[in-house]
Structures are given as structure tokens and as C-alpha cells.
Design a protein around this ligand. Sequence first.
Ligand SMILES: Nc1ncnc2c1ncn2[C@@H]1O[C@H](COP(=O)(O)OP(=O)(O)O)[C@@H](O)[C@H]1O
Ligand SMILES: [Mg+2]
Ligand SMILES: [Zn+2]
Length: 429
Amino acid sequence: MRTTRLPYVTFHEDPAEAETVSHRLMLRGGYVRKVAGGLYDFLPLGARVLRRVERIVREEMDRAGAFEILMPALQPAELWERTGRWEKYGRELFRLADRHDRSFALGPTHEEVVTDLASGLLRSYRQLPVTLYQIQTKFRDEMRPRFGLMRGREFVMKDAYSFARSKEEGAECYRSMQEAYFRIFSRLGLSVRMVEADTGNIGGSSSHEFMVLAPSGEDTVVFCPSCTYASNVELAGEAVHCPLCQEALDRTTAIEVGHVFDLGDRYSAPMAAGFLDPDGRETLFHMGCYGIGVSRLLAAGIEQSHDEAGIVWPVAMAPFAVAVLPLGGKDADLAGKALRIADLLEKKFPEEVLVDDRDLRAGVKFADADLLGFPLQVILGEKGLREERAEIKVRASGERHNVAISGLAEWIGDFLGSKGPVDTGLADA
Ligand SMILES: Nc1ncnc2c1ncn2[C@@H]1O[C@H](COP(=O)(O)OP(=O)(O)O)[C@@H](O)[C@H]1O
Ligand SMILES: [Mg+2]
Ligand SMILES: [Zn+2]
């Protein structure tokens, strides 16, 4: 992709409304644009990051054996009345009426719809367990939408729901989703902490949250410095000592990026949703539900990884892994050569290369590449080109490597391939 073809704009002033680093950098870098409070456009660069995150989430859900579905965002009130949540959910639920005056909600989550679906789809014990998931736009009339993608009124969530024959089988589904979550966050290059959590508006018996530790986080987690105990502050309450080893607890702010719930029959009972067991008896599903804030992950990624100059994307999240910066100059032959090298690199890494072909000063190109956060910058200046060499800057470390043009593609290929094995995190969870 060439920068001159890409409709985006960067700003060098800080937008007044942005209170967090991620919000500020996403607006400045032209990743998103505010439409109204809690509502954002994803511009081409932002949409690329979103698609990359979605792809990893999808791959890991599929690997865990879950099936992708897609449910409507618009949901009839009648389903919510069956679980009592039409009354209970409160003002966060966007409610509306159709032309016949029937009531609907814009889905903030999909337990009712999916339970209704499963009760018709999964009739026999032989079909179970099954986990269904979707990646979809959710709506919540948040009291305080803020921090850009962090707390929107419309946002992208991955929500999954498991249907099992028993409590034990439900626990296995739960564990397999936890594992998938660790794989997802690890592949995204995020370090997360799993904590015990409150079951809140969703209900059920147990729940864990996945937290990205960051100063701007709206949540607080409590953890033990000497053992594995970690909890959401709401659940830990006023406790000052670790319940496992009595050590004094620490606390820190964090961003909730994922949440898993063991629901039991919280939804299957009121909706009479179940299956026939081997003796032909009607039995309630043991359910679980599992959310990931897909669009919030963009903000969390930046909160965890940035510096004064801008975003420092983990490789897997970056809209492009490599920015090629031909620096121009007076020598037309060398300028032509720089563009030919850039084109060759783009052919070699078609999804990963952005060529900054703008007719601008080197300083502007460097500043924009730093702001936008591409993991590698390949700098093609006159002096280097005369010696058949390029400079590669690694955004995260600031390291610079002087690389022969003939070895450029291999160097980049090695870098992109060296993301390391996936850590499931369960060992120290
Ligand atoms: N308003 C929002 N904007 C962006 N992401 C959200 C929002 N609300 C929830 N999420 C994301 O969706 C995930 C699942 O939602 P859930 O746990 O039901 O939300 P909450 O904890 O706010 O009740 C959360 O872990 C979070 O990452
Ligand atoms: Mg939650
Ligand atoms: Zn402890």
C-alpha cells in the first residue's frame, strides 16, 4: 500500500477531548474519528487493526472447537421478559419500538437469543457439548461513554456461549475457553492477568476477568505478590491480606478485555431450554458465556505499548508491520531505486508493507511512522542506497540495523517470523 493512496490524516496537536493515551494517539494517528459520544468511525488504518484482532480471535475460537454464528443485533423484548432481564437490566439497555409498537432492544449481550436458538438446535445429549460464538456490534447506553474505544455505546464484542450436559462438562467448556483466551492475548502481544470476578448483570455461579494492567484502567485488581491469588476489587472487598497465604495484598488499575461466566441454569431454567438425556428425560443445559471486547482491545494494546512519540504496536495488531520510508533527495536515479526496492518488499509482504511515498521531509515521515506505531521502519536514504544498504529501525526498542539491500527481505521475514511460541498462561494463572 502506498501512503498517497491511503485516506488518512495525522494531527500533531493533541485533541482536547482525549483523556487517555490510547484515545489521543488513535485520534492523532487517524485510526478513528468521533461521530458522537461513544460512537466512532474506524478509518482505514483502524479498520485494519480491528480486522487483525478479529482474525486472531476467530482462529482461536475455531481451534477450541467453537462454531461461528451470527445473531441479530435487534432483539425482541419478549425474550428478555422470559428471563426477567427486560425489567432488571436497567437503563443501559437501548430500547425501541417498531412501527407496530412492539418492543425491542439493541443487544448489549445475547444470552436470551442464543438460549432460544440452542433449545431448538441442540435436542439430544449426543450433540453436546457445543460452544457457539459470534463477533458482532453491541449496544449499551453507558452512563459515561469515554476514553474512545474503551467504553463506547456501540462496540465490537466476541461473545461465545457453551451448552453442556452437566456441571462437570460445563466446567470443561469453561476451561477450554480460558485457554483460548490466554492464547488470543498472547498472540496479540498483550500481557494479561486473569482475576476472579463478580457475576454482575449476567449472573451465574463463577466468573473470571482478563485484565490488561495499565494506569488508565477503570478497574482495580487486587493481587498477591507471593502467590497466584488475583481478584477484581469488587469481589475482594476490603480484604488486605491474601486469603491463600496471608501476605499483604497489592492493587493496581487495569482494563477488562475479557470476561468468562459459568452460568449454570441461570438462562436455561427460565427459558426451559434443554435436551433429551439417554433415558429420554428433558434436562436443562448447563451454560457458560464468554466475552472479549474486540474494539476495546485496540485501546488496551496502545495503553500497554506506547512511548512519547506514539503507538508501539505489537506486531500482530499493527495495521502494517513495516513502513518503508524512501527519503527522496536530489538524485532522481536513487529516488527511483528506492521506490523499486519498496515495491519489491511490498510484493514479498503484500499485507504488511506501507510505502510512504509522500513528497515530504524525512523528519515528517519519521514522526508519522513513530506516531502510527509500525513495528519496523525501513529507511531508504541516498547515502545508504549508494552503498546498497538500508537502515531498519525497530520501533519498540529503537535499535537500528544497517542491512544490505540484498538481505532486506530475509531480515524482515525473520523478524516477522520470530514472534515466539504461544504461551497459554495457564501454568501461572
Ligand atoms: N461499553 C463498552 N465499550 C467497549 N467494550 C466493552 C464495553 N462494555 C463491555 N466491553 C467489553 O466486552 C467484554 C464483555 O462484556 P461484559 O463483561 O458483559 O461487560 P461489563 O464488564 O461492562 O459488564 C468486556 O470484558 C469488555 O472488554
Ligand atoms: Mg465484565
Ligand atoms: Zn497469596
